[in-house]
Write a protein that binds this ligand. Sequence first.
Ligand SMILES: *Cc1c(COP(=O)(O)O)cnc(C)c1O
Length: 401
Amino acid sequence: MTATESLIAAAEAHSAHTYHPLPVVVASADGAWMTDVEGRRYLDLLAGYSALNFGHGNRRLIEAAKAQLERVTLTSRAFHHDRFAAFCAELAELCGMEMVLPVNTGAEAVESAVKTARKWGYRVKGVPAEMAKIVVAGGNFHGRTTTIISFSTDPEARADFGPYTPGFAIVPYGDLTAMREVMTENTVAVLLEPIQGESGVIVPPPGYLPAVRELTRERNVLFIADEIQSGLGRTGRTFACEHEGVVPDAYVLGKALGGGIVPVSAVVSSAEVLGVFRPGEHGSTFGGNPLACAVALEVIAMLRSGEYQARAAELGEHLHRELAALAGTGRVSQVRGRGLWAGVDIHPRYGTGREVSEKLMDRGVLVKDTHGSTIRIAPPLVIGKEDLDWGLAQLRGVLGL
Ligand SMILES: *Cc1c(COP(=O)(O)O)cnc(C)c1O
């Protein structure tokens, strides 16, 4: 047995099988490259689902984390700590908002946004007790908690996890008429991904997000944008909403906010919305801890320079030009996305998404398949152009071009 085989066998014996990873065991990583336990190198075109926007082992982020590790790592929110105020103020400023509710994982942030919207509905909008409704879109991915999977349309995510949390209405993504029809005076929020990541990098029709913005404003409903995957540089802007000139009432952020080092997520909104909470009504032991704040502060400083967004925009244009050429060959049936982010539907004749991912792995490129025939390309924003071109050449090779 190779080291890879025995480590995979041990992982399968002792972990719940909630994932079906590619058979590669990573031992170290740097920038856009990972090295496995056998010493083979792989180009990372997944970037931890955008948690690694700034690459593996980013020096600025590692230094910020190390410095904080030596000072103080955790206080709990029972006490103040000296990185907290700056983190909240600077994240709010980056978002053009006023207040931050810091938590750990993305699912926790979405849960917090759901609770925020309901509380706002009862305390500010005046919705009768227990009647609040939140509108979501089909094909959504907002996380894995019991409440969140209650409004998923993915049978795998839902099956045998009931009873489900009520209070959600699901409408087709991109369908404004359906959204308008399902809204009542008890609707407190619309929760959407401005680009649906897990669904296969689905970009809504142009004008959809501005129309949702207008409709929600008209009906006194919060527009909550889950930018956990689409945000923080991935699409060539700080937020995917910006491409359509839309400012939501709240952003839900995560993934890249933790710099690929620690989980850092947050709900960011106005004082009217996040001001609904009183002490004791919500919380998290690790949320907003000093280490998380120190890393996120460095992430925010890096995003403020605009260089990562510019790089994603420029390299993304190149990526989409190359992928469009691939689509022209018929081996790829559709390409979607924005910035350094693409969903590529492989024509079934050339293999499933999983098969293509495995063949790419054999050529030293790591991607993740989704929904049968789709592969997703989302490299760290720091990837070199030559490396990206090499990765795309491997994809052409796998497709027999
Ligand atoms: C990943 C993701 C989540 C969940 O984040 P976790 O940190 O895995 O809980 C929620 N929403 C979107 C859009 C995501 O991509």
